[in-house]
Write a protein that binds this ligand. Sequence first.
Ligand SMILES: [Zn+2]
Length: 250
Amino acid sequence: MWTLDASAEVPLWRPADRDPEVVLAFSTRRGGVSAAPYDSLNLGRSTGDRAEDVTKNRRRLLHALALDHDRLATAGQMHGVRVVAVEAPGHTPACDALLTRRPGVPLAVSTADCMSLLFHATGTVAAAHAGWRGTADGIPRATLLALCAAAGVAPQRVTVHLGPCIRACCYEVGDDVARRFPAAAVRRAGAAWHLDLPHAARLQLLEAGLPPDSLHDSGACTACDASWYYSHRRDRGRTGRHWGIVALRA
Ligand SMILES: [Zn+2]
């Protein structure tokens, strides 16, 4: 259901079927103003990039989505499992997931290999940042359950969207990380393990009651494709950030 509109001024992953209630998107590295190694649509402030370029990029993305930059809500992203409900724009430091029932408040999580997971049930949206640690500790499940509680619905009424992230093809991990995951989410490759982080999230969400058809995955690997994506691992930390972004239409 996800398609990359590569020819747009700001190329974005968008749902093929647009829901009239919700705006959903995943950004790529293209379409912005930042210079190398942050070229070009870097949305992360916690990088070595120029702050004014990051702000220009954020405005450009939000404009392309017809969302208001001044209404934006962002999360501190500590690799934890805390989900915070927000009513107003602004930065919430100590959390990895945001949820809101307020139309016109875009929720954004930034990533450069980690997963961004976007959640929607009628009248409620959430966005979660999930690397291996947050996933092992249960943030996909925690966000699903928090959304269900806030919306007053069962997991059967929720849809979840998974953006570009590092995939099993590229994600080598050691024994200490591999043993935190179910066997179905890791595979041996010589002396190392390869972690399938999206599959780990999928297993966790299905176990919590999400129907298999309600998880929509972009399928893109950030580490495989340097022309489209930032990758913290491939670029050894000197790289930009994409966003997963979700909003109820104002
Ligand atoms: Zn890959």
